[in-house]
Design a protein. Structure first.
Length: 122
C-alpha cells in the first residue's frame, strides 16, 4: 500500500494557479469579444474610429492566446496581414490613416477587464 502525501500548501498553490489561469482566460475572451463587436459595424470609417467592416476578415482574425506556466504570456489581437496598418496607420499621413481597434478597445474596457481578473482571482 502506498500513500501519496500532498500538503495543504501545495493544494492551495495549485488552486490559486488554476484560478489565475481561468481569470486570465475569461479576460482574454471578453477582450476578443468586445474587439469583434467594435469592428463588426458595416460602415465607412474615419480616422480614429473603429475600422468599418468590408469583408469581415479582420473581425474573423481576432484571436487570443494564453500560455501557462511560470512565464505565462497572454495575447489578444488580430492575425490579419493588414491589421497593423489599420492600428498604427500607413502612408504619408500616418496620423490621418489610423483606425485603432486593439488599443482603443483595451483602454475602453480596462476597468471591466480589471474587474474580471480581480473577481475570479480573489
Amino acid at each position: 500500500m502506498t500513500f501519496r502525501y500532498e500538503s495543504f500548501v501545495d493544494s492551495v498553490v495549485k488552486d490559486l494557479e488554476k484560478s489565475e489561469e481561468n481569470s486570465r482566460r475569461k479576460a482574454l475572451q471578453y477582450s476578443a469579444k468586445k474587439m469583434r463587436k467594435n469592428i463588426s459595424k458595416r460602415s465607412v470609417s474615419t480616422s480614429g474610429d473603429y475600422p468599418g467592416r468590408r469583408s469581415g476578415g479582420l473581425r474573423k482574425s481576432i484571436r487570443y492566446k494564453l500560455k501557462t506556466g511560470k512565464k505565462g504570456v497572454s495575447f489578444v489581437g488580430s492575425t490579419a496581414p493588414h491589421a497593423h496598418l489599420l492600428e498604427f496607420g500607413h502612408g504619408d499621413g500616418k496620423e490621418q490613416n489610423k483606425r485603432p481597434f486593439v488599443n482603443k478597445t483595451l483602454l475602453e474596457e480596462e476597468q471591466e477587464i480589471i474587474n474580471i481578473l480581480s473577481t475570479e482571482y480573489f
